[in-house]
Design a protein around this ligand. Structure first.
Ligand code: ZN
Length: 119
């Protein structure tokens, strides 16, 4: 077994998951960094394989590019929607007062209104 073949284990027989030498991973498998460079994230897929180098002391996990998801950074519109939803949960539907905390869902209104209604 030559040096280059040392960590070659495409079936995962020895290492538990398919293992390749650095630089010899099959096409379609990418590290997280390689996916990120293509604007992708691993999504919810499990680790597909690993590459080893430096006598096996360095390991990087590989993911399938075809299962990767496009990375979607939160846009201003999405952030605004989140903020709006956040604010909406702080506004009492009964009296319309905006609070610095969420209106308790169990009450459905602010404590003042709830106490007023209970009285
Ligand atoms: Zn209220």
């Amino acid at each position: 077994m030559g040096y280059l073949a040392r960590f070659d284990d495409p079936t995962g027989e020895r290492f538990g998951i398919p293992t390749y030498n650095f630089g010899s991973a099959p096409k379609g498998l990418c590290t997280r960094r390689q996916l990120a460079a293509k604007g992708l994230t691993r999504g919810r897929q499990p680790i597909a394989a690993q590459i080893k180098w430096r006598r096996g002391r360095r390991v990087a996990y590989l993911y399938r590019e075809d299962l990767a998801r496009p990375k979607r950074p939160a846009t201003d519109a999405q952030l605004a929607a989140l903020l709006k939803a956040h604010v909406a949960q702080c506004i009492c539907p009964t009296c319309g007062t905006e609070y610095g905390y969420y209106i308790p869902r169990s009450l459905g209104e602010c404590l003042t209104c709830h106490e007023g209604a209970a009285r």
